[in-house]
Design a protein around this ligand. Sequence first.
Ligand code: ADP
Length: 544
Amino acid sequence: MHMMDTPLTIAQILRRARDFFPKNEIVSRLQDGIFRYTYNDLYDRVLRLSGVMADLGVERGDKIATLAWNDHRHLEAYFAMPVMGAVIHTVNIRLAPEQIVYILNHAEDKVLLFDETLLPLVEGIRPYLQTVKAFVMMTGKNAGDFSATSIQPLYFYEELLAKRAPHDSLPNDIHENDPCGMCYTSATTGNPKGVVYTHRAMFLHSLASGLADTLALSETDVILPFVPMFHVNAWGLPFSATMFGSKQVLPGPMPTPQVLLELYEQEKVTLSAGVPTVWLGILQLLDQHPGKYDTSSIRGLVSGGAPAPKGMIKAFKERHHIDIFQAYGMTETAPLALASRLKPRLAETLDNEQKLDYAAMQGLLVPGLEMQIVNEQGEVPWDGETIGELLLRGPWIAGEYYRDSRTESTFVDGWLHTGDMVTVNEEGYIRIVDRAKDLVKSGGEWISSVDIENALMAHPAVLEAAVIGVAHPKWQERPLAFVVLKESEKGKVSKQNIIDFITPQFAKWWLPDDVVFLDAIPKTSVGKFLKRSLREDFAKHYQD
Ligand code: ADP
């Protein structure tokens, strides 16, 4: 052994915050107001929660589920389970109840921690849960406030913590390859697929998120994850922000764009993270109320989970002086895999429009990971044109799905097949052309729904746009566009106007054959456009 083989664990991240940043703040928006404390307090309560879990019979390797919004109690659970060798399994509260039941039974979760606001959901699924032995409501209230509930055995978070001394015999032999967390993808077809994260993966992912050319996280940051803590661990931010001692602002139950903008101003947030539909909502509010919100503390909004439209990036920059940083990843990649930063040489030579083109790409591979982009002919040239599927491997890329036969088709010869069709240019920048299943196949050629959506969302009257391929008697599939107009523009813009606007940018056969105006594009449980539902509802649109 030439170098020491010390384990990379979540406990180290937590201890670092206590030792070096004990006074730095964590701010949590609760139903009844704002709660604040420090990393020192976090440390104390994490150890109490570990003790509580041990009292409830939790052992190493056990999986503990959460159904919760982003708040300080959820953050405590993020650390309390891993430091005792258990696994924190964050469950998506917006999935259908049947899917939540499937996930909890499939993971064999032993304890369920849940928010008070989600009591009705938990009451509904309780009879179908096969492995959960104890329920803990994350609230300051107690049994007297909930005499009507049938959930058994039910405990109350603050009551348990107040009574329990910090756990004083945490295991010190946790291996870095032991599991510490778990998430299921919000599968669009079939049952959700589970991914188990290890201490090492989360630790290295946190380090990677701090690099200057990825998210550049540091103690100077005030980080607000809008992305839910049940969507790929809020993109790892609860771990990475703690590692770097950044102030954290957790936006609590049902945050709206207005709540976010108020928190940005009050807490002087520097970095916030979410899916593009959230930023579209924020942009609309900023446009409607010029000067009302002070966003001057923001150094960047991290946009991931779906393509960030170029028009949106441009509008933020030009009208509000806010930078959008695009990042790409999946549940299977923990998630950070690509990050879009402009190389200094390009920054010097490109004009504004070209810089925006780069900002709308998903970016460069994060250090530590490896990639291949392949089509039927093998690896594609770095020409920015040839399309292939992105394959990834590395220390924070999953090697399998948890107890799932779908592992075989996704993880092949040591590579994760992402299902994302991409190009890579001579600089190494990757552009997601489309998810393989969303590409429109027209007359034997591919049309990128993402490109058309980007063009549509650059129209000044358009709030949201989605494009799908619809079966066509002659061309196999043809693109169909869905457009949501901004409130003030409703009824004023015609289909032809929309098509005319994007016509100069595309070959004629790329243009959608029709445009459907909607009040809202249906969204997935994590706020992405739900194309499956549009495909179902409009399957016969070109056949009537
Ligand atoms: P789900 O499959 O339920 O949407 P994930 O959040 O794991 O759950 O989705 C990962 C997928 O999201 C990626 O495979 C990719 O298609 C898409 N994605 C993530 N980030 C980006 C991005 N910045 N640009 C384009 N697509 C993205």
